[in-house]
Design a protein around this ligand. Structure first.
Ligand code: 1QQ
Length: 388
């Protein structure tokens, strides 16, 4: 019995020392957990493109001081369970050094705590709700919060039409980003002296918005502000126009993709959307990014692609600093993850978003923001035109 017990103890000790001695793999694995399926893939698809482009771009320039990176993709789908599953796979099976993801704030509030408890750094590429960096020490984001981005859309709408007085606000009540963004929109509207005549709720799973549109038309407003995701938001805008709404429309970040064009078609025309990225951002790093991206995809990079690229770049730039002090191959994975998180938070980065850094909670510090307006050529093709 005594013998058996000591054997068990030895084996346990061996197992834990084995786990502790786990080294980081080469190429260096970085996790990408975004939506590749479900309606959320309308947003996630551009993130996949941006991340893949970053992998190629970075490895063509020597990776991490000569060591290549390898992105490991895990599809989150559009819900919390999918994001949790993707994070768990990346952490325990794929043994990534850090994670760029998930797509939605709604998913981040469920999945990020898992990475935080496992001491795996997370860089949110598109999580803009209030409270994301505060999820934990291991959570940062390269997506500026709604409080910083969204007010720009209202200011621009008022510049385009100074006669706007009455506003209708609509939001998806089952989505954390949408509820956060509508709070900012409603406050900004009031601060700008506008009257919020009606506030309407919907679900991201809705497809019939007759009730909400009827309320908007009855309120006789000059501006409609929509906080939802791409499919629901696109259908809502389409039905607003089909039922006769003629005024201005602001869409939030969930409508910020040309993948919405097949949903609202020619009715997408004129939607005003604030941007955390512009291809015209003048830094040398952005201009090179835009040149190579445009050469490959025959169009300028959209915001979600640029932010996903930036997320990967931040992880890589931080790893370069660490590697110069002690080669990545000599690190134990668990220690490297902790060191990576520390370095991410103290680093300064020259990215497509311009010069960025983080505060000690992981909140993004970014200088430049923009507003664009959708211009449709016909029911299928359109573009985001940046406004001055
Ligand atoms: C969030 C968002 C989404 C609309 C980005 C895809 O901003 O969930 O925070």
């Amino acid at each position: 019995m005594k013998h058996l017990l000591s054997t068990t103890l030895t084996l346990t000790a061996l197992a834990s020392s084995y786990a502790a001695a786990e080294k980081v793999a080469t190429p260096i694995p970085i996790g990408i957990a975004v939506a590749q399926t479900s309606n959320t893939a309308l947003l996630g698809q551009e993130q996949v493109i941006g991340a893949r482009f970053a992998e190629k771009y970075i490895n063509a320039r020597g990776g991490i001081n000569g060591t290549p990176i390898k992105l490991v993709f895990q599809d989150t789908g559009g819900d919390e369970a999918g994001a949790i599953n993707a994070f768990q796979n990346l952490i325990t099976k794929d043994k990534v050094v850090g994670i760029v993801g998930p797509t939605l704030s709604q998913q981040a509030f469920s999945a990020d705590p898992i990475a935080d408890r496992a001491k795996v750094p997370v860089v949110g590429p598109s999580n803009t709700a209030k409270g994301i960096p505060q999820i934990g020490n291991f959570v940062a984001r390269v997506s500026a919060p709604v409080s910083v981005v969204a007010p720009n859309a209202i200011r621009t709408a008022l510049r385009l039409d100074p006669k706007i007085k009455k506003v209708a606000v609509l939001y998806a009540q089952n989505d954390a980003f949408s509820t956060s963004e509508t709070g900012t929109f409603q406050q900004t509207a009031k601060d700008q002296g506008l009257t919020v005549s009606t506030v309407q709720k919907f679900l991201t799973t809705d497809s019939d918005f007759t009730t909400q549109v009827t309320a908007v038309l009855n309120a006789d407003v000059d501006l409609v502000i929509v906080s939802g995701l791409a499919n629901d938001g696109g259908n809502l805008v389409k039905q607003l126009r089909q039922l006769g709404y003629k005024g201005s429309i602001i869409g939030g970040n969930g409508l910020n993709t040309s993948n919405m064009f097949p949903v609202c078609q020619q009715y997408c025309d004129g939607i005003i959307i604030a941007q955390a990225y512009s291809p015209a951002q003048p830094s040398a790093n952005n201009q090179l990014f835009v040149k190579e991206y445009s050469a490959q995809y025959k169009k300028a990079p959209p915001q979600f692609a640029a932010q996903a690229f930036t997320g990967v770049q931040v992880v890589v730039d931080a790893l370069k600093v660490i590697d110069r002090k002690k080669k990545l191959g000599e690190w134990e994975l668990a220690d490297l993850r902790v060191a990576l998180n520390t370095q991410i938070l103290v680093g300064k980065y020259s990215t497509p978003l311009g010069a960025i850094s983080f505060d000690k909670e992981g909140e993004l510090q970014q200088a430049d923001f923009y507003v664009a307006q959708i211009k449709m050529k016909d029911a299928k093709t359109g573009s985001f035109v940046f406004l001055k």
